[in-house]
Design a protein around this ligand. Sequence first.
Ligand code: APR
Length: 259
Amino acid sequence: MAAFHPGNGTIERLGRMLGEAERIVAFTGAGISTESGIPDFRSPGGIWTRMEPITFQKFMASEEARLEDWQRRFTMNEVYGEAEPNIAHRALAHLVAEGHAQGIVTQNIDGLHARAGVPADKLVELHGNATYAHCLSCRQRFELEEMRAAITREGSSPRCACGGFVKSAIVSFGEAMPEAEMLRAYRLAEECDLMLVLGSSLLVEPAASVPRVAKRAGARLVILNREATPLHGLADLALEGEIGAMLAQIFPHLADQEH
Ligand code: APR
């Protein structure tokens, strides 16, 4: 289907498709959090336009890369701490709470879906979670503030008692995807009747395969994004524009909760 620009009755169509669906699954990317003040990755001014990703291999090979990775985590966690869920997070939490959505599969690590009230058993964090750290060998959990203090004290990147490197619990480029989370995501995709993609460039695999699995399993595919994506050709409805403005027309009662 061609992409539609909102305004020619397509918001009504979106509302109708959401109303007709019985088992919605949402798939979200960084574009759902930009209206909360968190930069995305590939838009002009996005994170990858300002710095190179630190790959998992580089993290393992270089103390300098590990210390840089930790600094980035501490800086971004301050940004996350100042951010609030926006209408898009609230709308999805509302769909989950009323049993209209079976779950949310997110690539985001900012924790805003959870803060909007989505319970852990309805949330699949494909790229991990930036709010804590773990040992890469034994998976013991560590708190970020504890790691920041250790780095300040030792001047070196933290190691676990078992000898493993400690790293933020996010999935870096080149790092193995969390198998259990991928399986949960594929199961949700296979069982849904509408896959609602919000704010992702759909350029990163295997995450971007989740909406494709849903479409192939017979679900309708709806994409809300500022720009076209590689899956627009598969979409039953694709709206290009600001996610907040589009969802405010569908969920007006959620729009006026801006702080
Ligand atoms: N409304 C609509 N679309 C938006 C908005 C908005 N307010 N803000 C940003 N977007 C769109 C951008 O146009 C872009 O297409 O959201 C998309 C965000 O794409 P990316 O920056 O590539 O983020 P994402 O798709 O989540 O990246 C996937 O890549 O770097 C890795 O692990 C990282 O999880 C991330 C993954």
